[in-house]
Ligand binder design. Sequence first.
Ligand SMILES: *Cc1c(COP(=O)(O)O)cnc(C)c1O
Length: 231
Amino acid sequence: MNNLKENLNNVRSRVDLACRTAGRAPSDVTILAVSKRHSVEKIEALSELGQRSFGENYVQEALAKIGQLREFDLEWHFIGPLQSNKTREAAGHFQWVQSVDREKILRRLSAQRPEGLPPLNVCIQVNIDREPQKSGIMPEHAADLARLCDSLSGLRLRGLMCIPRVGTEEHDPGDSYARMRVLFRELRADGLAVDTLSMGMSADLEAAIHHGSTMVRIGTDLLGPRPATGE
Ligand SMILES: *Cc1c(COP(=O)(O)O)cnc(C)c1O
């Protein structure tokens, strides 16, 4: 746990450098700490170093942590696959859901967002590399889903999210990120007030920032390797 401070400083430096290289302001990019399978003690320690936004992939695991860490005033982002029988809990306990890829989930989240809370921040997840087993809507349908999101009163459309194909000799994730940026710009040109392009993880945050990412989701390089047994 002693390395948390060093990890956070390293990730912040990488983000700063990537922004400067791209001619962007470091304040344009938010660091989301992906804390799935990590303990509440680690999350608490990282929050005491100034990290406020945390991402979780499993609703049950996240609800327990959110409850235990209530006094810390953290911002919770749901970033995993969301089944319709979990939308009520997600809508009630998270500030953001970044992984919406179908109409039914959007409508349920909006209807189930509790009165008295601000609209739930939503990103549409795009299957940018059209991978059969991967979540996310196909790129050509993303704009329609974004417009629907924008029309629902319980939700606030923030932008797009993706998890690109793993980088190999034949595939440079930078190409995927470049296509995401085009989609994002099209939403803006369409008049949607989107401000968030959530892309980039531990291994490739630099490429993502180069292509316009405004939120990098960092697990391993902040919190270390994930414990093998989860949930
Ligand atoms: C686990 C996860 C991450 C973090 O991945 P690292 O490679 O550990 O930084 C980011 N985004 C999503 C959607 C994840 O599930």
